[in-house]
Write a protein that binds this ligand. Structure first.
Ligand SMILES: [Cu+2]
Length: 269
């Protein structure tokens, strides 16, 4: 805000017309840029409608909130209907990943329309990712525009894509803790089934046995809580880190009568 205002002020000394334009822009978008953790992924304009996407950090493999804002001819749209899909284009095929469309109401904290996505692979040699976004304005005869925002996904160790003995494929994601600390931490994992390259329904009936382990000192900890299903494939529990260091989060997962497998996420802090 301050830098934008001072830029406008110095601009005033030189060119009044440019000042008017840039000050209007900064006023319009001040809600976005006063949030320091907002990271702009990109935007597109189609048919006079500009759609911008934001995240809370540069994207890497795993869970991310995705925020959207929509302008039409420079004015904010009050109630755009936003849908999107993740898409990775690889050499021989394309595939999506688990994601959820933004709700119809603005997120009260961010002032933007918030959905989420789980990225299952890194960008690079294997392929490239994009968000395909469409927006329908119910206040403008239901007019719909669609566009693409290219995104970069960094490598991370927070996602496992695996095949169970049944041949069914799954996506397991460690959502929390994102910033682990000594003591009791929220533990959140998600489980999705890869029904097809484009469809990843949540798994709501899995049972998680959970144990943290410190390999270097060969001990676990007490007061942990196995994650249980909350909603939409999100499982909530607690992990107790009795000290800092190298920890493994060990999960043993069943679904109905099937053993899906054992999975380990390493955390070092
Ligand atoms: Cu891929």
């Amino acid at each position: 805000m301050l830098t934008k205002k001072s830029r406008c002020f110095s601009g005033l000394l030189f060119l009044a017309l440019a000042v008017t334009v840039s000050c209007n822009l900064s006023d319009d978008q001040s809600g976005l840029f006063s949030e320091p953790e907002r990271y702009k992924l990109g935007e597109f304009t189609a048919d006079g409608v500009t759609v911008a996407a934001y995240s809370e950090a540069p994207l890497d493999m795993g869970f991310h909130h995705i925020y959207f804002e929509v302008h039409e001819d420079g004015a904010l749209l009050d109630r755009p209907e936003i849908t999107f899909t993740t898409m990775m284009h690889m050499e021989n095929h394309s595939h999506a990943s688990p994601h959820q469309n933004p709700s119809a109401e603005r997120d009260p904290d961010a002032g933007l329309f918030r959905g989420w996505a789980i990225f299952t692979m890194p960008s690079g040699m294997m392929g490239s990712w994009e968000l395909i976004v469409s927006v329908r304005d119910p206040d403008a005869d239901g007019r719909e525009v669609e566009g693409v925002i290219d995104i970069e996904i960094e490598e991370s160790a927070r996602v496992r894509t695996f095949m169970a003995d049944s041949g069914q494929r799954y996506v397991l994601t460690l959502v929390q803790p994102k910033n682990p600390r000594t003591g009791l931490n929220d533990l959140v994992v998600t489980l999705h089934q890869r029904e097809s390259m484009m469809h990843f329904p949540p798994v709501k009936t899995a049972l998680f046995d959970f144990e943290p382990w410190m390999p270097s000192m060969d001990h676990g900890s007490s007061n942990n809580v196995d994650p249980v299903h909350d909603s939409d494939g999100f499982y909530h529990g607690k992990v107790n880190f009795s000290m800092t260091g190298d920890w493994e989060l060990r999960f043993d997962i069943h679904r109905e009568d099937e053993h899906l497998g054992e999975f380990v996420f390493a955390l070092d802090f």
